[in-house]
Design a protein around this ligand. Structure first.
Ligand code: FAD
Length: 406
């Protein structure tokens, strides 16, 4: 194989190119991305970047010299179609790229608000550097901010806006924040923290419409109440950029279906990162999509290894983090289906970990401001066959995570 084309120059696409070179791949690598500038990391966009603690250069994975030095051709264009028979990708500006292997790493895009007024000025999502720049400018002009969706990105942004002195309201349909992803104990901790930072949380609240003429002036909830806002930021989930794969005849129900080697049924096409629907070892082989740096980067490394000769299935342990105010949340494993939790540390002091069990087996942990617990849990859950604490052991007075590290 001499010629690899990668669609999407985000976390997964960039890492694939970098790992291929690290592993000695000597052929052609073309990295096609539809965003301007050098590939960059997204997590700081909703954290340090909006607070002015890092600049654009600080977001970039590598400086521009890297691409020339590593012979990674960065092509700023949109891939518009894949011809799998001819093994060729068409780009929007008219160029066509032939490939021996095609990596689809097109990520995901924000779901739009499904209510009247969603197209008013001042209603914004946060996915790209361009979004963050627009948002940063708008933040300077407004005092009242409404965030729709109390997921990770919405809450990170809410914490930033509160730090910048704005009046912040968060509207969430579920009855607790980050409901899909964290335990009730962790939601409670973040509810209290956001309230202490001055954020007003409207939980179990449905959005009816956005008000305003051309610019948004506020949001109206289903109970008829109105909250004034010069800026509405939505974070209500994403949908995978899978249409290009679907149009090429690949199966993509909610993400592009791949096997344990991250290949589609076409052996010349793989998909990784936010856009890939893959059989997850930690979910008992069930096909899932994960939206995280860990998943994008580890899948890229695994695919690069497979493309350069090591045929191993992708089994990496999922982990994730979120920074909100002075709270650092770190999670490892998949908590879905947990039936028991044990809390270590002091929830009141906002430094604790929750261990999550299913059928008496440790399946995940969540830590806030306890990085050592997170690191130990990564070791425990990431090493097959390793002895794990039972819920009763974890709940005992003398339990110490560090004893399990050895
Ligand atoms: P992306 O990084 O989205 O890259 C895909 C790229 O492909 C994009 O540039 C897209 O424009 C481009 N593209 C799409 N279609 C085409 C096409 N047809 N042609 C050419 N290019 C195309 N994860 C964490 O683990 N921790 C965090 O704290 C965290 N914080 C986040 C904060 C924000 C604001 C955001 C938006 C995400 C955050 N994430 C976080 C998630 C993480 O950034 C993503 O999971 C990760 O970027 C996924 O990588 P990817 O390469 O699959 O997709």
């Amino acid at each position: 194989m001499q010629n690899i084309v990668i669609l999407g120059a985000g976390q997964a696409g960039f890492q694939t190119a970098a790992s291929l070179r690290q592993l000695g791949f000597d052929g052609t690598i073309r990295l096609v991305g539809d965003e301007p500038g050098l590939p960059y990391q997204r997590p700081p966009l909703s954290k340090a970047y909006l607070l002015g603690k890092t600049d654009t250069a600080g977001l970039q994975f590598r400086p521009d010299t890297y691409f020339a030095d590593s012979r990674v051709a960065l092509i700023e264009d949109t891939a518009s179609a894949i011809d799998r028979t001819a093994k060729r990708v068409s780009l929007a500006r008219g160029e066509a790229l032939e490939y021996d292997h095609l990596v689809i790493a097109t990520g995901a895009r924000n779901r739009l608000l499904p209510v009247p007024g969603a197209d008013l000025g001042g209603v914004m999502g946060l996915r790209t550097l361009a979004d963050a720049d627009r948002l940063g400018e708008k933040l300077k002009q407004v005092e009242d901010v409404v965030v729709v969706g109390a997921g990770f990105i919405g809450l990170e942004f809410a914490a930033v806006a509160a730090t910048l002195g704005k009046t912040v309201h968060v509207v969430e349909l579920a009855d607790r924040p980050m409901q899909r992803a964290v335990s009730a104990a962790m939601s409670d901790c973040f509810t209290v923290a956001h309230r202490n930072w001055g954020v007003t949380l409207h939980l179990g609240a449905a959005l009816a419409r956005l008000t305003g003429k051309r610019q948004v002036s506020g949001v109206e909830l289903a109970d008829g109440s109105h909250i004034a806002a010069g800026l509405v930021v939505y974070g209500i989930g994403v949908q995978p950029n899978a249409e290009i794969a679907q149009a090429a005849g690949l199966h993509a129900p909610n993400g592009i279906t791949v096997d344990a080697f991250l290949r589609t049924p076409d052996p010349a096409v793989s998909a990784i990162g936010d856009c890939a629907l893959f059989p997850c070892a930690q979910a008992g082989g069930q096909a899932i999509r994960l939206e995280s740096v860990q998943n994008a980067a580890d899948q890229a490394r695994a695919l690069a290894a497979n493309l350069t000769g090591t045929r191993t299935p992708y089994t990496a342990l999922p982990w994730f983090w979120s920074d909100q105010g002075d709270l650092k949340l770190q999670m490892v494993g998949l908590s879905k289906g947990h039936d028991r939790t044990v809390t270590l540390g002091d929830t009141g002091a906002r430094a604790f970990s929750t261990l999550l069990f299913r059928d008496n087996r440790l399946i995940a942990t969540e830590s806030v401001n306890r990085p050592a617990d997170f690191m130990i849990a990564r070791k425990l859950l990431g090493t097959p066959g390793r002895a794990l604490p039972t819920p009763d052991e974890a709940a005992s007075e003398s339990f110490d995570m560090r004893a399990w590290e050895k």
